[in-house]
Design a protein around this ligand. Sequence first.
Ligand code: HEM
Ligand code: HEM
Length: 201
Amino acid sequence: MTTGPHGANEVGGRRYSAVAMALHWAIALLLIGQILLGWNMASLDEGSSGPKTFEPIHISIGLTILCLTVLRILWRLTHRPPPLPAGLARWERVLAETVHVLLYAMMLALPLTGWFMESIGPRPVPFWGVSWPHFPSVNAFLAGGDRREIKEALEGIHGSAMVWVLIALVGLHVAGALKHQFDGSPVLWRMAPFLKRPTGQ
Ligand code: HEM
Ligand code: HEM
């Protein structure tokens, strides 16, 4: 492990690496925008008579989030994060780490269900003006009659149940980060590049 004057970019230092921070904040912002867009795209697209504008944007952002999340998980598996501050109780560590794992799971599950349901049927999946491949073998395995039902069920799971699970997890995550910010074992500076390292950390 290396610790130097610029611990921010050091693997095993006391801060997350610059790549981990950039991916954390880019994905967090994109996810929040994506939920707001998801909730509003049907009414935004309603007025126009031609092809939809906002749904392809939602799909393209979602697939971008999928790529960034895969990249982030690969980065995480190959770069050890800084250890949590010593002052945390065991249950706090377990809760924080469980929430992290569940957040990663939802960051994958949301775009994967979106990609899966958009791959049902012959329509190409739009990705910033080009076609993204269909989810492998979806149409070969699903019998014609089941397709509509499965697609509708997935749309419900994707757009409501999963989104609410993600929102609840982010709520817990942010509450935890803020609690520790003020109870003497701050963690925010480890992920926020513009915050100073507190003295004694
Ligand atoms: C990456 C994170 C994603 C989030 C957080 C997200 C979130 C949402 C939300 C909140 C809705 C609105 C549901 C409603 O109010 O009915 C929605 C709908 C939708 N999403 Fe996503 N989405 C994501 C990724 C994707 C991807 C990758 C695709 C496709 C490849 C996709 C395709 C769709 C479609 C087609 C709908 C409309 C479903 C319907 O007609 O009811 N989404 N999404
Ligand atoms: C959609 C929103 C967000 C998602 C999906 C998300 C996800 C994550 C994940 C998965 C980790 C674990 C990193 C690791 O692998 O070790 C993490 C760490 C962290 N996040 Fe977030 N996050 C979000 C928003 C926020 C916000 C708004 C804050 C600020 C209040 C925040 C503060 C932190 C901090 C401080 C850490 C480092 C925890 C530590 O010190 O171990 N996150 N985030």
